[in-house]
Design a protein around this ligand. Sequence first.
Ligand code: HPA
Ligand code: ZN
Length: 339
Amino acid sequence: MNSLADFIAGIPKAEIHLHIEGTLEPELMVTLGKRNGVSLPFPDAETARKAYNFSDLQSFLDIYYQATAVLITEEDFYDLTFAYLKKAASQNVRHAEIFFDPQSHTNRGITFETVIRGIERAVVEAHSTLNISTKLIMCVLRHLSEKEGLKIFDKALAWKQWIAGIGLDSSERGNPPEKFRNLFERAHEEGFLTVAHAGEEGSAASIRNTLDTLHVNRIDHGVHCMEDDTLVAELVQKQIPLTVCPLSNVRLKVFESMKQHNLKAMLKKGLCVTVNSDDPAYFGGYVNENYLEAANALHLNRNDIIQLAQNSFTASSLSTVHKQLYLDEIDRYASSRNA
Ligand code: HPA
Ligand code: ZN
């Protein structure tokens, strides 16, 4: 019989909570820093990796935004995105819904066009050479104003053919969803998929508020929903997906350790939870490491893994037909390994 690690590695899965800027491995950061003549706070990759000790979300975001300074040209965004898609495909990720944060680039004088052209070129190439499909979700930075968010939203409309959704990320504390009510109204009018980070550091009330004011299709993280039984019942009944990122939650001290994580409890409630890597270059693992570390600490079994992989496709924005093809593939995979 295969080990659980092999089972996890081989199962077809989707990753739907992934910040492309969070896939900037220290080695690539150093290479791009040299290529573009950008000096970094870290002399080498090893020192950078050692400095990735975070006390909370903000302490991570400070470093994460600083590191984006090396991303200058279309080629840089291509290299970053292709490296992620190659890694994801090697872990049997068959579909990725990728966040990008254009404001962290346009605010440094990089054009929207440079960012999206580089990312899209990698997406197209990976689709034909690596058998992985991708959708792009443009995130708005919640620590900035809605006015600034609307400016980037207007820019994005010119590239609508390449952008499937609008998301909301960055510092949850002090930046409630109400701040972005108008922007999300426009996103709905334009027919975008909508998602928002909520209940990562924020409470169950922040998730409730996000659903009531922004009417999003998915909640990113959402782990604090478990504080409110009524909210949990509604999330279960409506099967609103919660894109959980176990290693991120541990590294950003949302949970003290993986053993304290509530992923298994969420699954048991019947919530549509998925497992994702968030910012793998900073949190110590890609999607398979997230499945495996959670499985080991929380004693997840094969059925839990199957459920999580099924949820990853159900929760995605793929068409019903495509979802079913992947669900059938998971069925075949599971039965071939039970024989
Ligand atoms: N939370 C909020 N914003 C982010 C994150 C996160 O985990 N990662 C990158 N931007
Ligand atoms: Zn995130």
